[in-house]
Design a protein around this ligand. Structure first.
Ligand code: ATP
Length: 444
């Protein structure tokens, strides 16, 4: 079939957010949680395609931060954690947001996110702000008493600090080196909002990079560059990404420098990742509270010191949403409107869709053979239903970069058509050369 993409219809639709949220629901990226019971307070479930994409976001981070480096090691610490950790880290006393109540409609808001007026009813009759702790508290064991209190971690970082010596002893790393972790975190946000931008349960991708104290400013700059480039490399357009340095009065008490990587969301610039020079605050705090020495001893020089820490802390779920917003587009192909996710192939849920031209039983066995060749190298979809044009549109809409079509000629010449998502360009490739062709295009 002939498919010529025309110029895109508009740069960014006004209701981009609504369109992306609809697409997420319609195509199985993200569902409101417990929907059959009317939903559950801004929690979300990742569907068949969202699970694949979120995994790809985390894998891309892991590849850049762990796999392709020799100075960063992995960790997977417990989510249920001891109160002592959070006492020492300062979270029990300081991890709070300012909470205000609207006296008129009784809605509750985070005071620093509204401008003195209730966003619900417009009333300026708000209570004084009071500190609200964001930690989720629970009980470990059958008895609900003070001695059994535990917390769901509100960040993954503390797992890296409390395991600092374990990692040092088992990996023989020396500063500068990092510990990386990807996993769920929980914050009892006062106003979860903007789809998965701010939720109470979310996933983080964090790395603590331990350095000699005098090298901290250099490594801070280094990680700002590295992290900024990561988003560009995966397809965030440069005009929608910026680095914003915190003002001195905005800095956390422990920080000697913080900058946020920000994305231009439909409501304005907002944070994707914070990169901070956390000094020796965390290791000193845990050393003081635990009585353990959390320091590095350099046998060669006889030097003993507490490393400084540079922390790039990103949100996986929030970043996935940014990738979706940046990739969403609408254009025209062959006079027909199409919705397209221009996702980097590394992030797309499926890299290849295998499509027999018709449901005719003679084409299905060969299609399955082709599928079997491609499945070991990437995630594939096999779609047998409806017209080929409709199936191309469906794959465009979920960002599948390549469709492989098997037609009646394929039975004779053992060749298939490879169609590229953005250009809709098609080339004929012998089945024997298909794996190499797809590997080459995907860079795998
Ligand atoms: P904010 O100011 O938006 O509340 P923060 O500065 O407290 O965020 P950090 O503690 O630096 O956030 O967490 C690192 C990253 O984790 C954030 O940049 C964000 O991507 C992600 N993150 C934090 N809180 C949430 C949340 N409630 N929902 C989704 N992602 C989150």
């Amino acid at each position: 079939m002939t498919e010529e993409p025309a110029d895109q219809l508009d740069d960014q639709p006004n209701d981009l957010m609504e369109r992306v949220v609809n697409l997420c629901k319609r195509r199985g990226f993200i569902f409101p949680s417990a929907e059959i019971y009317g939903g559950f307070r801004s929690t979300y479930d990742y569907g068949p395609l969202g699970t694949l994409m979120l995994r790809n976001v985390k894998d891309a981070w892991w590849r850049a931060m762990v796999q392709c480096r020799d100075d960063v090691v992995a960790l997977d610490a417990a989510i249920l954690s001891a109160p002592k950790i959070w006492e020492a880290s300062g979270h029990l006393s300081n991890f709070t947001d300012p909470l205000v109540d609207c006296r008129n409609c009784h809605e509750r808001w985070r005071a620093d996110k509204i401008e003195g007026v209730c966003p619900n009813c417009g009333s300026a009759d708000l209570t004084e702000a009071r500190a609200f702790n964001l930690m989720f508290k629970t009980f470990a064991g059958p008895v609900e008493e003070d001695a059994t209190v535990a917390y769901l971690r509100p960040e993954t970082a503390q797992g890296m600090f409390v395991n600092f010596v374990n990692v040092l002893q088992t990996t023989r790393k020396k500063p500068p080196f990092g510990i990386a972790q990807v996993g769920k975190s929980f914050r009892n946000e006062i106003t979860p909002q903007n789809f998965v931008f701010r939720t109470r349960e979310f996933e983080q991708m964090e790395m603590e990079y331990f350095v000699p104290p005098d090298e901290a400013p250099k490594w801070f700059e280094y990680w700002l560059d590295e992290r900024f480039r990561w988003y560009l490399d995966l397809g965030i357009p440069p005009e929608k990404l910026r680095l914003r340095h915190h003002d001195p009065d905005e800095l956390s008490h422990y920080s000697a420098g913080t900058a946020d990587v920000e994305f231009l969301f439909p409501w304005g610039w907002d944070e994707l990742e914070g990169i901070a020079n956390r000094t020796d605050f965390d290791l000193l705090a845990h050393a003081a509270a635990s009585g353990e020495k959390l320091e590095y001893f350099d046998q060669a020089s006889g030097e003993r010191y507490v490393p400084y820490v540079i922390e790039p802390a990103a949100g996986a779920t929030r970043t996935m949403m940014a990738f979706l917003l940046a990739a969403y587009d609408e254009d025209e192909v062959g006079g027909e409107k199409r919705t397209i996710l221009r996702l980097d192939p590394r992030l797309a849920p499926y890299q290849v869709a295998v499509l027999p031209l018709s449901k005719n039983h003679t084409l299905v066995p060969l299609s399955r053979e082709v599928l079997g060749l491609l499945q070991p190298i990437c995630m594939c979809d096999l779609d047998l239903t409806q017209s080929i044009g409709k199936r191309y549109r469906r794959q465009d809409e979920v960002g599948t970069p390549y469709c492989v079509t098997i037609d009646f000629e394929s039975l004779e010449d053992r060749a298939v058509t490879v169609r590229e998502r953005d250009s809709t360009e098609q080339v004929r490739v012998p089945i024997d050369a298909l794996v190499a062709e797809i590997r080459g295009r995907l860079g795998r």
